[in-house]
Design a protein around this ligand. Structure first.
Ligand code: ATP
Ligand code: MG
Length: 396
């Protein structure tokens, strides 16, 4: 079956009133963006409150199109569509039978016809079309049967200027179109969690920027490339990601030199948050996003999270906070980041970890330890800011 159009179905929640128009336009922008790397030419149009993707090139990559649409937040489902001109009911019935023959090899299906008339000058009403078309389908497929309650196939026929015929609904990812809800700064490491956290926040319509802290020469070029690769996968869903790559080595060494080793991770995390917040504020982000989950490691107990959070003035969004590791892994497999995340490259946090990190840090102790950094830390922070490397990462 060669489809030349797709009907895009999107959620109705939050799409009422004047927001509807904005929501639809953002969704259309995201669809265009997602289809850019797909072979073929497409037009994304809005018509009578419906969004369609029309194929305007001779050939195109059908499965590439389906895969791209599955990544666009805001799409609840989409239907590959046959669009035909109105040439009378007999011709329509032939087309539907022909369509079913090609689209569904199984001949003993159960079905119902779901006709809708958006154009009231069509000579039959919806009930008549349902009954008459149902009869023609039964004539053509003697092994098929009607089941109005739980059919395998719902044959949808919409009488508009053109006639739309479809029966397949491919699930989309749901959520809200990216761009409809501001921008957030993702602290992106090479691990399993943070790419999933970015995905989940982007799903709510938030555009992403990201910050990665590396510690050359303790962390390798490969470790950095892994983070770029992860950002590229997340960008399939979120759109392009501006990635700030911060050289954290001197700060990390300085903390290592001056502070109690059991507090290293917490203090490091506090400086990461501060720097990420600096870049976030500069580029208009409204919050920070991390992959933290309560109790996952020593630096993510309730006490440790409170100590880390203490330095932030922006809201910190932690979408995985109540997830078990296995639940996070499941999402990362679904979104395609898992295989990249488990590549074994050292992370800057793991290099300087203490044998026995504090699990219940006292905020007062931490703040006191940080006074040991007074001499040079501002200068080191400024250097880290001045030497940031910025990449714009797009999906392939
Ligand atoms: P991930 O959480 O991505 O799997 P991880 O579990 O090794 O990696 P943690 O040490 O648990 O990372 O850090 C918790 C969170 O802090 C991460 O989810 C991430 O948001 C942020 N983070 C940690 N290390 C870095 C880093 N090197 N660069 C940027 N953000 C980081
Ligand atoms: Mg983690």
């Amino acid at each position: 079956m060669k489809y030349r159009a797709f009907l895009i179905k999107y959620g109705e929640i939050g799409v009422k009133g004047k927001n509807r128009f904005l929501f639809e336009n953002m969704l259309m922008t995201q669809i265009r963006h997602a289809l850019k790397p797909v072979e073929g030419a497409f037009e994304v149009t809005k018509e009578q409150g419906r969004i369609y993707v029309l194929v305007v090139s001779e050939d195109y990559d059908y499965s590439g199109t389906v895969e791209a649409l599955k990544c666009v937040f805001g799409i609840v489902g989409f239907c590959p569509l046959l669009q035909v001109p109105d040439e009378g009911f007999d011709r329509l019935a032939e087309t539907v039978v022909d369509y079913l023959t090609q689209a569904h090899p199984k001949k003993n299906f159960t079905f119902k016809v779901n006709a809708r008339r958006a154009r009231k000058n069509y000579p039959m009403d919806s009930m008549e079309i349902n009954a008459e078309l149902g009869g023609r389908i039964l004539d053509a497929f003697p092994e098929a049967s009607v089941d109005v309650h739980d059919p395998e196939l719902v044959v949808c026929v919409e009488i508009r200027e053109q006639i739309n015929i479809y029966s397949e609904n491919i699930p989309g990812p749901g959520g809200m179109p990216v761009g409809s809800n501001g921008k957030g700064m993702l602290l992106l490491s090479g691990g399993i969690d943070s790419p999933v956290a970015g995905y989940m926040i982007a799903k709510r319509g938030v555009s992403l920027e990201a910050t990665y802290f590396h510690a050359p020469p303790y962390t390798s070029e490969r470790a950095k490339q892994k983070v770029v690769d992860l950002a590229r996968i997340v960008a399939r869903y979120s759109g392009p990601i501006r990635l700030n790559i911060v050289n954290f080595t001197d700060i990390q060494l300085y903390i290592y030199e001056k502070c109690p080793h059991e507090e290293l991770t917490i203090i490091m995390r506090r400086y990461m948050m501060k720097l990420a917040e600096h870049f976030a504020a500069e580029s208009g982000c409204l919050g920070l996003i991390t992959g933290e989950s309560i109790g996952q490691v020593a630096s993510q107990t309730m006490h440790s999270l409170a100590a880390t959070n203490d330095v932030c003035t922006m809201p910190v969004y932690r979408p995985l906070i109540g997830f078990d590791k296995q639940e996070i892994v499941t999402v990362s497999e679904q979104i395609g980041t898992y295989e990249t995340s488990i590549q074994p490259f050292e992370d800057c946090c793991t290099i300087f970890v203490a044998k026995h990190p504090v699990t219940k840090p006292h905020l007062e102790h931490i703040r006191k330890s940080e006074t040991h950094l007074d001499e040079k830390i501002d200068e080191l922070m400024q250097t880290a800011i001045d030497t940031v490397e910025i990449l714009t990462v797009e999906a392939e």
